[in-house]
Design a protein around this ligand. Structure first.
Ligand code: ATP
Ligand code: MG
Length: 150
């Protein structure tokens, strides 16, 4: 189905509203973005996993910023938090099944969320990766790239 990414983000945030606990969510999604061919339920699952990580691994009161823009024939979607961050050596490994970063072992989890996200995003012909914040502050940025055509 062709969906507006803003709607998919909205559904994921609605589902997570009780978990937010004072994290401030700021959304900057270009209103003129074209629709994206995707399975809405699966992509909501991806966003819920990524946003729930942003919540779980960041302090109350911090900001979660969600941005989307057109980048050639792709849609770029980023979810940035101000939390613990992921060590450079772990940025690929966190997409492996059951892998959990050392810094966050005290917070319960299975280590499957991002592995599932990657298989869903790749099934759509897209990509997902973890990076550092461009502003130099501590935190994580999850970058998704989705094709705007089938
Ligand atoms: P679950 O399967 O319940 O989601 P999980 O959160 O541990 O468990 P993933 O979502 O796959 O599993 O994340 C893997 C690891 O990547 C986490 O254990 C954590 O160490 C690290 N990680 C993921 N997202 C973030 C983030 N936003 N900030 C800091 N670390 C993160
Ligand atoms: Mg997770």
């Amino acid at each position: 189905m062709w969906c507006g990414i803003e709607d998919v983000v909205g559904v994921a945030l609605t589902q997570l509203k009780d978990a937010l606990h004072n994290r401030v969510v700021n959304i900057a999604i270009d209103p003129d973005l074209p629709s994206v061919p995707l399975d809405e339920v699966l992509m909501e699952q991806v966003l819920m996993n990524v946003i729930s990580n942003a919540i779980k691994y960041s302090p109350e009161g911090s900001e979660i910023r969600i941005e989307a823009e057109k980048d050639g024939d792709m849609l770029s979607l980023t979810i940035a938090d101000e939390g613990a961050g992921i060590l450079p050596a772990d940025r690929e490994r966190v997409f492996e099944k059951f892998y959990r970063g050392d810094r966050t072992k005290h917070i319960p989890g299975t280590g499957l969320g991002l592995a599932i996200c990657r298989s869903i995003v790749e099934a759509h012909g897209g990509s997902i990766r973890a990076s550092a914040r461009k502003d130099g502050h501590q935190g994580t940025v999850i970058e998704l790239s989705l094709s705007l055509s089938q």
